[in-house]
Ligand binder design. Sequence first.
Ligand code: 01S
Ligand code: CA
Ligand code: ZN
Ligand code: ZN
Length: 502
Amino acid sequence: MKMLWLSLLTLLMPEQTLVTGLPTGLLLRAKDLPTQPDTGPSEADQDFAKEYLQHFYGYQPRSERQKRTADTDEVADWDTGLCDKLQRMQHFFGLPQSGKLTKETLAVMKRPRCGLSDVEPFGDTIRWTKKTLSYRITGSNLPISDSKVHKIFRNAWKLWSSVAPIKFRKRSRKEADITIAFHHGNHKDGAPFDGKGGILAHAFLPGSGIGGDVHFDADEDWSFNSTGFSLFAVAAHEFGHALGLPHSSDPGAIMYPSYSFVPSYELQLSFRDVKDIQHLYGVSSNFASLLSKKPPPRTPDKCDPDLSFDAVTELQQEVLFFKDRFMWRKHPQFDETGITLISSLWPDTVPAFLDAVYENVERNVVVFFKGHQYWMLRQLELQEGFPRNISDLGFPSRIKSVDAALHFRSTRYTVFFTGHECWKYNEPEKKMEGSPTLIEELWPGIPSPIDAAVFYEGFVHFFKGNIHFKYDTNSKRVVSTSPANDLLECKKHLNEIPTDRR
Ligand code: 01S
Ligand code: CA
Ligand code: ZN
Ligand code: ZN
């Protein structure tokens, strides 16, 4: 059954239900719409709108008594949240968020509403009400063979259907809820593609007509190896939009606005994506077993009092703190230490879950350790012949991995920590010096094994579990201990962007 208010939604302004990464999208559109004549809405219309917002957007008018004391001042109504509710309603329907009761806004309000439709509003967004959705792949611009494209899309839908109670069926002839296509440049939906790079794809929020549709930029290199963009990764993101999800500010989420290369076999919904889709559709029946087998990865939180690090290093003026697939970059000129994916800086070269990292300023390289391997990068380039085996550095075969690496610019030594021992490596001569020493002898007060170490602002900083040891090399003692995350300066709620902002 087709509802009038739905067709209005898609006929009036399909491009505004398009999910955009830019909050300015709506503002830009506003100027394309006819401007409102100066005569404001009638009193009857104002009352109608108030009732509408009361019913659908939880607007609560002041009590009669409050009204009297405020002397029936209309302006005061706006302070009580009417303006805010009106903007929410305008946002939902893709209208310019003026907070003003324009003719278009009133027209949308006056369309009949019905709870029995294919989509329904849900908080700030919209979701499908059906539990089984059909999709269809149209057009002829497929970048790779039909069967490969179909397989990729089937797997991308599966990511979402394995955690939420929704099913997807492919249709080849009949109209489907979700139409998927590859388009070049302008394809007449008000959001032309931009050629190679930039915008990779877009999707429309749930709805009839163009609602739920997914378009890929046919000018991209959609190979699924690491040279092009991963169709699987981008499809997983776009399908999230087609189901009603906005962008997420969590860099670990598939719904994070920027692309990062993840091999198909490693791509997983993050904890945030799972939470968000389950908030819209509920929890799938097999979710519990999935949780025990392959729990969705959580993005670490710098305010977590139990936070520990995999590795810490200086890099030019910054200090980098590594954890899982992520790193925080502490820059002397920026107040906030932001979290990003390691792969957003070093795509497809540096592995996640590192053991140790150090910067050799004299040689202008950064060296990463994981297991028995190490990687050397100059600027962002992996050096030839890497990764190599750590035995090449002079470690005996009993050493299987490195816990931490500490580089001293003045003496040009690097100290490697392995279990209870530490090793001194002569950088100019490229060789290990003498035999290993016990950590407790060379660094009194430092427990072993350690997680990470960095020389920064005249002190050595050791990290073990959730503790940070600040060590003075001259007096050979620990000068202070503090929570491991103290250098990240957790400022909760200060710069947090709600996940539902686009
Ligand atoms: N589409 O869902 C997008 O997020 C667009 C930008 C909008 C403004 C239309 C896009 O193509 N973004 C790029 C992207 O990589 C940066 N999207 C897919 C992804 O995997 N994050
Ligand atoms: Ca493009
Ligand atoms: Zn399009
Ligand atoms: Zn997106």
